[in-house]
Design a protein around this ligand. Structure first.
Ligand code: ATP
Ligand code: MG
Length: 684
């Protein structure tokens, strides 16, 4: 109301002195309001979708079973996880203590237990499904290569032996700078097999980013490829490694192992070895290194969309348990399923739901080297039909991009093999959700909107699709054994429906990060510094609706503060995306003398940008948002652009947009930008 009043009285501001008084008044209001420390919600999405009867009848986890799991976890949190670990993992020696919290917040899960992740992903399936397909790999140019469990096992053992022959062993760090494909999975599994700690760096990162990560990890070995085909282009990889290692950089690195994927590359005589020369002649038996459950399985540097990358460290036993059971619960896994997660192995999703989870569960999965728009926008749909994919898991950004191309493209393909769809990485706006549901899922496939983070290792808040109804834009409920809450800045639970707050996890869970590599203090400070050693602060804002379902509002750092009203970016973006001429939108706050922050929206339109500018779409969109959400959310400015700055995992770089909005010099690492040329347009 305050803002409405100002809007109506805006001519007051032209009078000398009045603007200043109002500024002070408003700042006071903002300050008072900010003491409430919560986030407001202006979203009104209430549609619900129940699973079909057929889906419920066949569900791996139905409502009754889910209730039993929740009940067990509520009665005995640690005992629940211990039972899961005994049932779903194969241990060389059973653990003595399910949870040791004596060094909290450094929680030790399953101490005393000895385990090997690669054994759990491969060896334990050999008797029953050695000849079953583990990976169906489709290359950029649509060649299909299949690996059975037995074949994958053989290649992992050979690489494990090759690594041992180079003197790599338990605890050594190995950086993987590899293209999306089976070799990345083989490399991760081979490291796990010998107790080495892998750290995958996404192939889109620059030489500088790679260097930072190699040095922070103190890696002895880098495994890379000469280059990778991606969308018909050649992406150089080895060149970036050479650059990272030049001039005395990355002094810890002794060897570089190069998988030749394309036409080869210059090799450094003492340092570089070709995978094809070293690996195929190795013995096919490789004794697994049995490690403590807490032994680091891998490091993964967070994407850096919010600052200096952190080496998130995951344990072997707890992490593997999370990746394994969440797949069963959320993806409703059944024999015969063909699972396809489109995430690159350089991201956490490519770890938990490509390299480990599907294999630990012994199912068949599809891996894809290319991009969704090459050679055309039908690539995903053609692949789903060709490989009879039954469970498809991708990111909202991909859905929005493909939705922009129209309904005719998916309609040309038989998508009837699909029975379940999933999303991860960002909040999904209801418009994109509904399109995904109707056009891709044929109205029959539930959508699992899964909230989790690099740090959480596995899905945390997500539907169990055969056991509950879903809503467009809500990730619904925490999974069994996951205790979450939404609190204000004093740590007091927010009870009012529709009020947002900080999303926290109030009990440790097995797949949580064990620390930040080499920096225990930063770990404790970043995640537990706010409310003590038992409350993990996720850094996201969230709210609950009247059914108790959770809605993620975006990152706390992205929350807008307009005249003291704290708004999640997600809601304004969803409102914009609901306009028929909008394909995608990102909003950020821009410093404003009176309101504190004003909303700046970057909008990608459907169709011609010039035409949209000429027809005054910007103004129309400002009014549209005000109409949808109220005057408080009216953007101050809308910039029509051809694309948004994103990390290669598809996340909008709002931090970068904020700097642009504030007219600041850019200090961010822009090396993962899909389209660096877009920066000029964004500056307006
Ligand atoms: P960095 O921490 O370096 O800034 P990042 O947070 O983007 O990078 P990830 O761990 O891959 O790296 O992403 C986790 C974040 O993604 C979550 O904190 C949340 O903001 C967002 N996210 C993931 N899944 C969902 C979802 N289903 N709904 C809403 N947001 C999601
Ligand atoms: Mg993060």
């Amino acid at each position: 109301p305050l803002l409405d009043y100002y809007g109506a009285q805006s001519k007051l501001f032209t009078m000398p002195g009045v603007g200043h008084v109002l500024t002070i008044f408003n700042q006071l209001c903002a300050e008072l309001d900010a003491r409430k420390h919560d986030i407001q919600s202006v979203m009104h999405e209430t549609r619900r979708f129940a699973p079909s009867e057929a889906f419920v009848v066949a569900a791996a986890v139905d409502a009754e079973r889910l209730q039993a799991l929740h009940r067990h976890a509520a009665e005995d949190h640690v005992g629940f996880w211990a039972a899961q670990a005994r049932t779903h993992l194969t241990w060389q020696r059973m653990f003595d203590h399910a949870l040791d919290d004596s060094r909290a917040p450094h929680y030790q899960w399953f101490s005393g237990g000895l385990i090997n992740a690669s054994y759990n992903c491969l060896d334990r399936h050999l008797d029953t499904r050695g000849e079953q397909v583990a990976i169906t790999f489709e290359t950029d140019d649509a060649q299909v290569i299949r690996y059975t469990y037995a074949e994958l096992h053989r290649q992992v053992c050979q690489l494990g032996n090759a690594l041992r022959s180079l003197g790599i062993g338990k605890g050594d760090r190995v950086v993987l700078y590899l293209p999306m494909g089976p070799q990345a999975v083989i490399a991760m599994q081979a490291c796990a097999r010998i107790g080495a700690v892998h750290s995958a760096v996404f192939g889109g990162f620059s030489a500088d980013s790679l260097k930072d990560r190699i040095e922070d990890a103190g890696a002895r070995l880098v495994i890379t490829a000469d280059a990778a085909p991606r969308g018909g282009k050649r992406v150089d990889l080895k060149g970036a490694v050479d650059k990272a290692l030049s001039n005395g950089g990355c002094a810890s690195v002794e060897r570089v192992l190069v998988y030749q994927r394309m036409d080869g590359c210059p090799m450094h005589p003492q340092r570089d070895l070709r995978w094809q020369d070293l690996v195929p002649s190795q013995p096919t038996h490789c004794e697994p290194e049995w490690v403590d459950a807490g032994h680091p399985l891998f490091l993964l540097y967070t994407s850096g969309s919010t600052g200096k990358p952190k080496g998130v460290q995951h344990s072997t036993g707890g992490y593997l348990l999370g990746a394994t059971v969440t797949m069963q619960w959320v993806f409703d896994l059944k024999p015969g399923d063909v699972f396809w997660c489109t995430a690159d192995v350089g991201w956490i999703t490519g770890h938990s739901y490509v390299a480990y989870g599907p294999l630990a569960n012994g199912i068949e999965q599809v891996m894809f080297e290319g991009v969704p728009t090459y050679p055309d926008g039908e690539r995903f749909w053609r692949m789903i039909a060709a490989h009879k994919v039954s469970i498809f898991y991708t990111a909202p950004t991909a859905i929005r991009a493909l939705m922009r191309l129209g309904d005719e493209l998916p309609a040309r393909h038989d998508l009837s093999s699909l029975r379940l769809l999933g999303t991860v990485g960002e909040p999904i706006n209801p418009e994109a959700w509904l399109w995904y549901h109707r056009v891709i899922g044929g109205g029959r496939c539930p959508i699992v909107d899964t909230w989790w983070q690099t740090e959480t290792g596995a899905m945390m808040i997500a539907p169990v699709p055969g056991a509950m109804p879903i809503k467009p834009g809500s990730c619904t409920r925490p999974l069994p054994g996951i205790c979450i809450d939404i609190v204000d800045e004093d740590g007091v639970p927010v009870t009012q429906i529709g009020r947002g707050g900080l999303l926290v996890v109030t009990k440790p869970w097995p797949s949580m990060l064990s620390t930040i590599w080499g920096n225990d203090a930063r770990y404790a400070e970043t995640y537990f510094g706010r409310f003590g050693n038992s409350v993990y602060v996720a850094g996201d804002g969230a709210q609950r609706d009247e059914d108790g379902d959770v809605w993620i509002l975006g990152r706390i750092d992205d929350v807008l503060n307009v005249s003291g009203h704290r708004l999640g970016t997600m809601e304004v973006e969803s409102a914009l995306a609901a306009h028929p001429r909008v394909a995608e939108a990102a909003v950020v706050g821009r410093p404003h003398d009176i309101k504190g922050e004003a909303i700046l929206a970057f909008v990608v339109v459907r169709g011609e940008r010039e035409h949209a500018i000429a027809s005054g779409l910007q103004r129309e969109l400002c009014g549209w948002v005000a109409e949808q959400l109220g005057a408080i959310a009216r953007p101050d400015e809308v910039r029509l652009v051809d694309g948004l700055p994103k990390t290669r995992s598809g996340k909008i770089m709002r931090r970068l947009l904020r700097s642009i909005g504030a007219g600041q010099h850019l200090t961010q690492d822009t090396s993962t930008l899909e389209n660096p040329a877009i920066l000029d347009q964004l500056r307006g």
